[in-house]
Design a protein around this ligand. Structure first.
Ligand SMILES: [Zn+2]
Length: 425
């Protein structure tokens, strides 16, 4: 009997390790290791039982901070060269993988090493950047196999591919020093650290990129320990419901609406003007290049304005509410089938949700997604009656119970209530 129990326990333990291979690496978090070990061996609990426990332990969280860097001309040249080498290697590997797949129907495993032998100039750039290129390619393949509709990995073209490379921290080779970022091969690059990095954050990797405007950035990825989970006390939570409206950006259950800020329109007009000027330039000429950069600068400006606005908005929401309920919209499908195209994608609702999601998580709070088929607009938020028909043109919700309310506010309240229900379930 005891032998049977023992076998049963170790089988469960093996299963957990198989399902969570990272458990082995987690020895540093001793408390967790001993607890889960006890749980598995002493209790002989089924993996189903230990699963929620393991998952609630939480990984160290990752967060990237992006800083502007100012490389010298020499450094900029080397960075450009690294972009080029990574792109070259990516394309070579992709071509070889494709060829091998056509011939053998099997996936070819590739590493940068043989390419470095064949093209010795690849050795002149950061070797970890090249290794990451391999990882990026593998990730692209995995994504393709998981979701074939997104398409086969594509070759990177010189003028359209995003200019970036990623390098990892190995034995402290990358360091953030006083006003300088030390990078492999490139050396010390001037950096503007516009916000302080909290104590205890560990630098993991750096992605160097260049915008079409010619500005360089370094995105530093840090690992840190997540704060305590506070999701247990749902009862006294302050919950906010957000409904997504077509015209503006979002409507809150408090009745507030937030539309696109006005400067955004102005910036759009300026962009249109510069784009018009570009279309009049002779393609390839000096003025064309100059104008192209101007257009890129306008684009960057708009992007930054929007991001800044969304960061501030999501920050203030995450600070003042304990949980936020939103509709789980499929943004891509929506803009495709409703032909709202630009307006949906443009006001960055998806970006907003992403920011809100991690900002809430950082504070141990929650973002609840309400099923997209939940009748949030058709339901009366006062009496709960659900209308059969509701035209998109009806901007005010009228109910037989006497409730007259803005259509979107009504929906936002419904989303909040549904969110509360999910939280308490
Ligand atoms: Zn009603």
């Amino acid at each position: 009997m005891s032998r049977f129990i023992h076998a049963y326990k170790s089988a469960n333990s093996r299963l957990s390790k198989k399902e969570y291979p990272e458990i082995r690496c987690k020895l540093w978090k001793e408390a967790f290791w001993s607890q889960s070990f006890c749980l598995i061996t002493a209790g002989g609990a089924l993996i189903e039982g230990t699963k929620p426990y393991i998952e609630s332990q939480g990984d160290p969280m990752n967060k990237a901070l992006k800083f502007r860097i100012y490389p010298t001309d020499e450094q900029a040249n080397l960075i450009h060269k690294t972009f080029g080498c990574c792109r070259f290697l990516y394309n070579q590997m992709l071509a070889d993988k494709n060829r091998a797949y056509e011939e053998t129907q099997k996936m070819l495993k590739v590493t940068p090493a043989p390419y470095k032998k064949k093209y010795p100039w690849l050795k002149e750039v950061d070797s970890l950047a090249l290794s990451n290129t391999q990882l990026h390619l593998e990730a692209a393949y995995r994504k393709f196999f998981r979701e074939p509709k997104i398409g086969f990995p594509k070759f990177k073209a010189k003028h359209t591919a995003r200019k970036s490379y990623t390098t990892n921290v190995v034995n402290g080779n990358i360091r953030l020093e006083e006003g300088r970022l030390r990078l492999p091969k490139v050396g010390k690059v001037k950096i503007r650290v516009h916000r302080t990095v909290p104590d205890g954050w560990k630098l993991k990797s750096v992605t160097i990129s260049e915008e079409p405007t010619g500005k360089f950035y370094a995105s530093l990825l840090f690992a840190y320990e997540a704060c305590e989970n506070q999701t247990d006390h749902v009862q006294n939570e302050k919950v906010l419901g957000i409904d997504y409206a077509m015209n503006g950006m979002a409507v809150f259950s408090t009745g507030e609406k937030c539309a696109n800020p006005g400067y955004y329109r102005k910036a759009q007009q300026r962009l249109a003007r510069e784009q018009m000027r570009l279309s009049h330039c002779k393609k390839g000429g000096r003025n064309y290049q100059k104008q192209k950069r101007k257009v890129a600068r306008r684009h960057e400006k708009i992007r930054n304005q929007r991001r800044d606005y969304l960061h501030k908005l999501s920050h203030s929401i995450a600070e003042s509410y304990d949980a936020v309920a939103v509709e789980d919209l499929d943004m891509k499908a929506m803009s495709r089938c409703l032909n709202f195209g630009k307006s949906v994608m443009d006001n960055g609702y998806g970006m907003f949700l992403e920011m809100l999601s991690y900002k809430l998580e950082e504070r141990g709070k929650r973002l609840v997604k309400v099923d997209r088929f939940y009748p949030s607009s058709k339901k009366c938020s006062q009496c709960g009656e659900v209308k059969k028909e509701l035209a998109l043109s009806e901007r005010t919700y009228h109910c037989s119970c006497g409730n007259h309310m803005d259509r979107d506010v009504n929906a936002a309240i419904n989303i909040r209530e549904e969110g509360k229900r999910i939280l308490c379930a």
